[in-house]
Design a protein around this ligand. Structure first.
Ligand code: SF4
Ligand code: SF4
Length: 103
């Protein structure tokens, strides 16, 4: 499933989405995040899942727009580190970021 972390306000949708079907819990996205916004742990959405999964730390979920702001240089010139590090392609941002990422 798609786990959406973030919020929607008058300026757009500010979500970081993690596809839990693609995420294998490798943890590669955690150390590359300059905001230390990510962690790997128990799947809150699927209590029957045994494997760990990546998620946004609770303290960043209501301010993800600001936590992730440093990773939005030049609108699409460079992938955010978490997305670049994720080999299965499990991480994405919502349209609110106004960034058209391509892998
Ligand atoms: S976009 Fe940047 S700050 Fe946001 S989770 Fe990814 S690496 Fe961390
Ligand atoms: S790098 Fe990708 S597959 Fe690995 S834990 Fe992070 S989101 Fe999951």
């Amino acid at each position: 499933m798609l786990a959406n972390y973030g919020f929607k306000d008058g300026s757009g949708d500010w979500f970081l989405a993690i596809d839990t079907e693609k995420c294998d819990g490798c943890g590669d996205c955690v150390p590359v995040c300059p905001a230390s916004a990510l962690e790997v742990g128990e799947d809150e959405y699927d209590p029957f899942r045994d494997e760990p999964v990546a998620k946004v730390k609770a303290e960043h979920r209501k301010k993800i727009r600001y936590s992730c702001a440093p990773c939005q240089p030049g609108y699409g010139e460079k992938l955010p580190p978490c997305i670049a590090a994720c080999k299965p392609g499990a991480i994405s941002h919502s349209d609110g970021w106004k960034v058209a990422y391509s892998r």
